[in-house]
Design a protein around this ligand. Structure first.
Ligand code: THU
Length: 139
């Protein structure tokens, strides 16, 4: 499935999954809960939420937790992302951070990214958010 063919219903479900994941956030340090959901090529949705740590730099963003959730279930080699949604109750914007863009690009360089912008929902291709991501040729 290509992201252009994502139905309105699937889009709603993806945004809903990202919002539902907010309840799973562990954010005692920043107080900022972030939820994310990824839509795979087979139409499955996996969600995740941010996971903070007392050693702040070890914090995992919601997007990367959602990717790990999908990879732990499907196997990383089977993971193809067509869309990703991000949600937070905190005032936006909440585009994926640079580290998350790089991780998302591994599994869906053309994925559609839905995130809270300055004025409502933004929708961008990952290739526009990360035009020169690092990549290696698989051996
Ligand atoms: N955070 C995410 O979950 N995703 C992002 O793309 C950026 C930031 C989280 C990490 C931290 O728990 C909180 O937001 C504040 O930075």
């Amino acid at each position: 499935m290509h992201e252009a063919s994502m139905t309105a219903a699937k889009r709603r479900r993806l945004l809903q999954a990202a919002t539902s994941a907010l309840t799973k956030a562990y954010a005692p340090y920043s107080g900022i809960r972030v939820g994310a959901a990824v839509l795979t090529a087979e139409g499955r949705i996996f969600s995740g939420a941010n996971l903070e740590n007392a050693s702040y730099g070890l914090t995992l963003c919601a997007e990367r937790v959602a990717v790990a959730h999908a990879a732990a279930t499907l196997g990383g080699g089977n993971l193809r992302l067509v869309a990703v949604a991000v949600a937070s109750h905190h005032p936006g914007p909440f585009p994926p951070c640079g580290a998350c863009r790089q991780v998302l690009a591994e599994f869906g360089p053309q994925a559609l990214i839905l995130y809270p912008g300055e004025e409502g929902l933004e929708e961008r291709r990952l290739s526009d958010l990360l035009p020169e991501g690092f990549h290696l040729r698989p051996r």
